[in-house]
Design a binder for this molecule. Structure first.
Ligand code: ZN
Length: 139
């Protein structure tokens, strides 16, 4: 069995963003040389997500509106977590609902997606360097 590991780094200039990282994951898969196996992609931070959905800007705005309705950033005083001196209580909650990781099958050297599936990095507390782990195992 072969194994491959890489960290993808991001420094999002805004507090929140959704970034399609499918091309980077495909590049990792090419580098790995693995043709049959599994890819794990996970955010390495508790205020960011990795998830799979459609690359459609209206949907991304819908996500942002929905997450802000569930866990608005302000007032920051509404979150007990922010009593630690942080201001990212909302980002922890947004990360929880959008998820930590995805697993994608590798078949014949390609990501074995369903229709319209793409992999996204969801940033909820940006403006600093953060990482995503890509781990690929297989033959
Ligand atoms: Zn925090």
């Amino acid at each position: 069995m072969k194994s491959y590991r890489k960290e993808l780094w991001f420094n999002v200039p805004t507090r929140r963003a959704f970034i399609n990282i499918t091309p980077q994951v495909e590049e990792c898969l090419r580098e790995s040389g693995i043709k049959e196996g599994l890819v794990l992609v996970n955010a390495m931070h508790i205020t960011a997500s990795v998830f799979i959905n459609d690359d459609e800007p209206g949907l991304h705005q819908d996500y942002d509106d929905w997450l802000e309705a569930l866990a608005p950033h302000e007032p920051i005083s509404r979150y007990r977590h922010n009593r630690t001196g942080e201001d990212n209580g909302d980002a922890h909650l947004k990360r929880q609902i959008m998820g930590r990781e995805v697993v994608v099958a590798v078949t014949a050297g390609r990501l074995d997606f369903g229709p319209w599936e793409q992999i996204f990095y969801g940033e909820f507390d940006g403006r600093r360097r953060k990482r995503v782990l890509v781990k690929i195992i297989g033959e």
